[in-house]
Ligand binder design. Structure first.
Ligand code: MN
Length: 384
């Protein structure tokens, strides 16, 4: 790499965004920040801008713009606000790669704009592929844009596929930690609290994805994400519960061989690999020692207690706008659960209702996705 790789980080103040900036700081000879965007955390965005001196920063919440502009008025940094500004900034000519690390459905539109502008995508926003995987993968193909996964499981699979050229995948084996409620009975799950759900045993992440991990919705999303990233059929994707979170995922080939990628639960490695692919860079972070992990266990997931994993397979097989419906309902119910308005076990019940009642569209356009998302959110809010 001759000149420094220019990066745009969407969602720079979140868990992935802040770790991405650590990677950039550790490899300042290779990477440079062109743009940072955040939803609402304007204080941290200002701090990051002063430290990394990007060309531009964008705050999604327009009411926070005066504060952003004022705080950076002594710096040659352009400041913008609003979701359209985020979609515009990713098109800036010098940007080589866009890391999509914002939360939820909001990631879809700027990702489409970045692909159309020919930017390589480091994909951390899995909802983009859950909602509109067909559209996104088609656009990426048409614009010859690589989508490099940042999700740890998909990064593991991507790493397993390096050097395999076109050897056919027999099966993708996604590992799941099982979350904090892995061993709880169906009855006990009815009474779990928000704070219990927010205590993930292995990974430190944002609140929304931590709840999705506890419900196994996250693993369901990852199954759909894998379908699009690796062009495999639903029956080629298997989930195994692996409570130690050391094997990040596996690929089985036609000859029966299984390749796995192992590591500590640390998102900096998949982020760094996406930034530097196909090269590997040094890391000063703790490295796994096999003698510390003498016992690695694997078990079948229980879709009776964790129905959302099964619903995700249903949505994937049904296709069309069904995964979009599931995602929109999930964003509403997770928010309601985080505000103590519904029980943990109400989440799958409400999502199932949305999947039954919202109008099915077999071949959705972008506008259909927008309409489905809106309709599902309105209906699900009414039921809460
Ligand atoms: Mn993951």
């Amino acid at each position: 790499m001759g000149t420094k790789r220019q990066l745009a980080i969407l969602g720079s103040t979140g868990s992935i965004g802040t770790q991405a900036l650590q990677v950039v700081a550790e490899h300042a000879d290779l990477f440079e920040i062109y743009a940072l965007t955040a939803h609402r955390n304007v204080d941290l965005l200002i701090e990051q801008a002063r430290r990394f001196s990007p060309e531009a920063v964008v705050i999604a919440d327009e009411s926070l713009y005066p504060k952003l502009k004022e705080a950076l008025s002594d710096k040659p940094i352009k400041t913008y606000a609003g979701s359209e500004a985020i979609a515009q900034i990713v098109e800036a000519q010098p940007i080589d790669m866009v890391l999509t690390a914002m939360m939820g459905y909001a990631g879809l539109y700027p990702t489409i704009r970045a692909i159309k502008a020919g930017k390589a995508i480091a994909l951390a926003n899995k909802e983009t592929l859950v909602v509109a995987g067909e559209l996104i993968t088609r656009l990426a193909y048409e614009h010859r844009v690589p989508i490099i996964p940042v999700d740890s499981e998909h990064s593991a699979i991507f790493q397993c596929l390096a050097g395999e050229n076109n050897n056919a995948i027999d099966k993708i084996i996604l590992t799941a930690s099982g979350g904090p409620f892995r061993t709880l009975s169906a009855e006990a799950l009815r009474h779990v609290t928000k704070n219990e759900a927010l205590k993930h045993p292995n990974w430190k992440m944002g609140a929304k994805i931590t709840i999705d991990s506890a419900s196994m919705m996250n693993k369901g999303f990852e199954v759909i994400e894998a379908q699009w990233l690796f062009n495999v059929a639903p029956e080629q994707i298997e989930v195994v519960v692996h409570p130690q979170s050391i094997v990040h995922s596996m690929v089985q080939f036609q000859d029966g061989a299984i390749k796995a990628q192992l590591g500590l639960p640390n998102m900096k490695l998949p982020i760094q690999y996406a930034f530097s692919y196909p090269h590997r860079l040094p890391s000063a972070d703790p490295k796994p020692r096999m003698e510390d992990y003498m016992t690695l266990t694997f078990e079948r997931p229980d879709t009776e207690r964790f129905p959302l994993l099964g619903y995700a397979y249903d949505a994937m097989r049904r296709g069309g706008n069904m995964p979009c419906i599931m995602n929109a309902a999930n964003e509403i119910v997770v928010d309601a659960f985080l505000h103590d308005r519904i029980a943990f076990t109400d989440m799958p019940r409400l999502i199932a209702r949305a999947m039954e009642q919202v109008a099915f569209v077999a071949s959705p356009t972008y506008d259909d996705y927008v309409a489905t998302d809106h309709e599902t959110r309105c209906l699900t809010r009414e039921w809460i």
